[in-house]
Structure formats: structure tokens, C-alpha cells
Write a protein that binds this ligand. Structure first.
Ligand SMILES: CC(=O)SCCNC(=O)CCNC(=O)[C@H](O)C(C)(C)COP(=O)(O)OP(=O)(O)OC[C@H]1O[C@@H](n2cnc3c(N)ncnc32)[C@H](O)[C@@H]1OP(=O)(O)O
Length: 169
């Protein structure tokens, strides 16, 4: 299978924050943002694999800044590393200033998607070839994050998490 670049899966969703999507402080609900990120990430995983994809885990979410009612929010997702059937997707969330139009980073998240066949069984995906420095940095750390996610899910013994152990040696 030929390698693909993160640019080939990059997915951008831009939408407003409406009153029905906010909490009593008039900021975007965390769950609404999670859903928007899941949608963008699933499209990125599908573009990379050209397969049916399912969310396997949400590895990391940082709600760093509240997103006020009426904001224009852009969710940008791209595959940061592909393994056998799983893909790590990095998601950056930006909010646009109404007057200047300048975007500032509000949140980020890392999801894992798995490509599956029609019966739901995991299936192989193309490798990822990172291009920019940021893409290379995210690619390099992805195996460590995969091992941590598997350890937390009880699917990998801590003493088999070689990349994690290497951090402490
Ligand atoms: C429940 C819900 O409705 S959530 C919403 C939508 N999501 C879903 O429906 C997914 C439901 N879950 C599933 O279908 C299955 O658990 C799957 C397909 C995600 C994984 O199936 P498994 O039987 O665990 O398959 P398997 O052990 O072969 O793992 C497949 C890949 O997923 C990876 N994986 C599985 N769980 C995790 C996890 N928690 N974190 C990171 N990677 C994971 C494995 O490392 C493996 O990756 P690789 O092939 O690239 O090495």
C-alpha cells in the first residue's frame, strides 16, 4: 500500500456556536465540541483509509479555553500516524475573532480510529508519511500514546509498553 501524507486526510469543519449548544455560562458544551471533533476525525480517517472507520478511543482532550456563544469555530483534523488497522488523528480547534478575523487555538484532542470491513473486523490501512516538522513530531510520539492508551484500556501489559518504559530509562 502506498503511503499517504497528513495533507491528504486533512479535514476542516467550520461552524457557529448556537444557543442550543451552550452551557449556563453561554459557552460551548464540552460534549458538543467532542461530537464536532469526532465527525472531523472520522472524515480524516476515512480519507486516509478509504474504509469504514470507527472511533476506538479518545486518547486526549484539553479544553483549554471556553468558546463563547456566537463564535465561529474551526475544527481541523488529520491523521498523525497509521499503524496496522488503527490511525491516530490529531485535532486542533480554532476560534475566529469577529473583528480582526484572526484565529486563536482554543482546544486540541487526539482520537484513535480503526478501519474495519463490512463485518466490523479490523483491516489494514496505508502507512503515513509526515512532511512538516510538526507532522514529524506528532508522528514520532504517536507510538508512545498508542501504548499508553492500550495500557489504560487493559489491552497491553505495562511491562510490554516498550516506548513508555524507555521514557524512564
Ligand atoms: C461503543 C460505541 O458505540 S463508540 C462509537 C463508535 N465506535 C465503535 O462502535 C467502536 C466499537 N469498538 C470496536 O468495534 C472494536 O473494539 C475495535 C474495532 C475498535 C477494535 O477491535 P479489537 O477487537 O480490539 O481489535 P484489535 O485488538 O485487533 O485492535 C485493532 C486495532 O485497534 C487498536 N486499538 C484497540 N483499542 C484501542 C485503544 N483503546 N486505544 C488505541 N488503540 C486501540 C489496536 O491497537 C489495533 O491497532 P493496530 O491494528 O493498528 O495495531
Amino acid at each position: 500500500m502506498d503511503a499517504k501524507t497528513p495533507a491528504e486526510s486533512r479535514t476542516t469543519l467550520t461552524d457557529l456556536v448556537l444557543p442550543s449548544e451552550t452551557n449556563p455560562l453561554n459557552n460551548l458544551f464540552g460534549g458538543e465540541l467532542l461530537a464536532r471533533m469526532d465527525r472531523a476525525a472520522s472524515i480524516a480517517a476515512r480519507r486516509h483509509s478509504r474504509r469504514i472507520v470507527v472511533t476506538a478511543s479518545v486518547n486526549h482532550v484539553a479544553f483549554n479555553k471556553a468558546v463563547p456563544l456566537g463564535s465561529v469555530v474551526t475544527v481541523e483534523a488529520a491523521v498523525s500516524r497509521a499503524f496496522k488497522s488503527s490511525m491516530e488523528i490529531f485535532i486542533d480547534v480554532w476560534v475566529e475573532d469577529r473583528e480582526s478575523g484572526q484565529r486563536s487555538k482554543a482546544n486540541e484532542a487526539i482520537y484513535t480510529f480503526v478501519a474495519v470491513d463490512e463485518t466490523g473486523a479490523p483491516i489494514k490501512v496505508p502507512p503515513l508519511q509526515p512532511e512538516t516538522d510538526l507532522e514529524k513530531e506528532r508522528f514520532a510520539a504517536a507510538l508512545r500514546r498508542k501504548q499508553l492508551s492500550l495500557v489504560l484500556a487493559g489491552k497491553l501489559k505495562p511491562n510490554e509498553a516498550t516506548e513508555l518504559k524507555a521514557l524512564f530509562e
